[in-house]
Design a protein around this ligand. Structure first.
Ligand code: UDP
Ligand code: MN
Length: 450
């Protein structure tokens, strides 16, 4: 009888699992098509209820895809690299891949360790010349439970598309991954890149913020370049970043992120956008208007950006240390991108997106540990709010009154850092860098006048 009960339970759980994934796939497809009709709408994380979705959305999943010029053509924008879409939604491997890694592992496996992605740069970028002597770069890639082939394509794209004299090293930080293929098998396959690769394994799960710092400490290049473990860099991706930093050591630069669909692994070129956020501290992409690129550099003009989307950027290594790296007390994932963006601007640096540097990023759909991530994000956001927002913290608490008395640890070191660096006020940041971020009363007043 016990056996029968256990069997029933097992089958029940299995059926529930399959039904959830099928529902997910269905939802995702509906969501995809409506998203494609309105490319600037932020993507949502389907699994959460509305309130939680609001908190969990973060940049890279929201990269708007380029609109097709001819509106009469089929609604779906054409990817630069099209792969088949005949998925078998009931295939256990497909279901397992999607729920474990947040992407279609069957396609990823079939693509293998490397692929050529088409050049997504504007033609004008091809005419740009960069100095032959550039600083060297240490590329830091942290990963936690990443799909093997996706991770390997990240590394091989960097190896294949970066001139070796400017690539000091690639530092892989395994943030306590649990999967066997990310241990000996990975080391074995990385042997071919032996001369450039260092692998560090953390002794406990650190979260991406501390994992990046562990990598940065071991770096010896002039510039630190942080990448996610599900990226594919494009042609001449690194030179624009290094050239900008060589000109101004306090310049922090991000590549334009092209979107790699997590189901098809098709690559969609991104239009030129800038990073922004709202009073919930949710990152979003803002449109860059054509007139802003009217100058002599046209569509290759560097875009001044109030914020960076996530962890894909380049920074002078010494400057990164001088301005206080990251807040080490931030946990797991989230808010570190906005905290660093504010710190750069308010403490004398600049943040730009360079349209001629292109990196593809897989918009994974996270299905695991969501509760843990939400908890960390809330804590990290509060640390940011209390250190950087001055009197404008009220704007955040108007959105999130429930967090007013939530603990956020000890921030005295970060407050002292802000004082030591002589950083400007948040009011200065709003006036000078991000005037588009209106307070709630300004928004109401403007709505009344319209
Ligand atoms: N990551 C990590 N430890 C963690 C969470 C994430 O090393 O605890 C890695 C992850 O594998 C990825 C990078 O940090 O390479 C950024 O994470 P994610 O892609 O989830 O962030 P997003 O793209 O949403 O900004
Ligand atoms: Mn990512």
């Amino acid at each position: 009888m016990r056996n029968v009960t256990i069997l029933c339970l097992l089958y029940g759980t299995l059926t529930l699992g399959i039904v959830s994934v099928l529902l997910y796939v269905r939802f995702h497809r509906d969501h995809e098509s409506s998203w494609q009709k309105k490319p600037q709408e932020p993507a949502t994380i389907w699994k959460l209820d509305k309130k939680l979705q609001q908190q969990a959305i973060r940049g890279s999943g929201q990269i708007p895809r380029a609109e097709r010029p001819n509106k009469d053509e089929a609604k779906k924008p054409k990817p630069f690299l099209a792969l088949g879409e005949n998925f078998n939604y009931t295939d256990p491997e497909f279901i397992h891949g999607l729920s474990t890694y947040g992407l279609n592992t069957i396609i990823s496996k079939s693509l293998g360790n490397q692929r050529n992605v088409p050049d997504t740069r504007d033609k004008m970028c091809l005419k740009k010349h960069y100095p032959t002597r550039l600083p060297t770069a240490s590329v830091v890639i942290c990963f936690h439970n990443e799909e093997f082939n996706t991770l390997f394509r990240t590394v091989s794209s960097v190896m294949n598309l970066t001139p070796h004299q400017i690539l000091e090293e690639i530092i892989l930080v395994d943030d306590m991954s649990e999967f066997d293929d990310l241990k000996d098998k990975l080391d074995y396959h990385l042997e071919i890149f032996r001369e450039k690769i260092k692998v560090i394994r953390t002794k406990k799960r650190e979260g991406l913020i501390r994992a990046r710092l562990i990598g940065a400490v071991r770096a010896s290049g002039d510039v630190l370049v942080f990448l996610d473990s599900h990226c594919e860099v494009n042609r001449v991706w690194l030179e624009p970043l290094l050239a900008a930093i060589a000109k101004d050591r306090k310049m922090v630069v991000c590549p334009m992120l092209d979107s790699i669909d997590h189901m098809t692994l098709n690559l969609y070129p991104s239009p030129v956008v800038r990073g922004a956020f709202n009073w919930h501290l949710q990152f979003k992409w803002d449109t860059v208007f054509a007139y802003e690129m009217d100058g002599p550099e046209g569509p290759t003009t560097p875009i001044r950006s109030p914020a960076m989307s996530g962890g894909i950027f380049a920074i002078n290594r010494h400057y990164f240390n001088e301005i206080g790296q990251y807040d080490k007390e931030m946990n797991l994932w989230g808010a570190e991108n906005l905290e660093l963006s504010l710190r750069i601007w308010m403490c004398g640096g600049q943040l730009f997106i360079l349209p001629c540097s292109r990196v593809g990023h897989v918009d994974r759909h996270r299905m695991q540990n969501i509760t843990q991530v939400i908890k960390a994000l809330r804590y990290n956001n509060l640390r940011l709010v209390h250190v950087w927002l001055d009197e404008y913290k009220e704007q955040f608490f108007l959105q999130r009154p429930d967090l007013k008395s939530t603990p956020y640890g000890n921030i005295s070191e970060r407050v002292e850092l802000r004082r030591r660096l002589g950083c400007k006020s948040f009011q200065w940041y709003l006036d000078t860098v991000f005037p588009e971020l209106e307070t709630l009363s300004e928004m109401k007043a403007n709505n009344l006048h319209q």
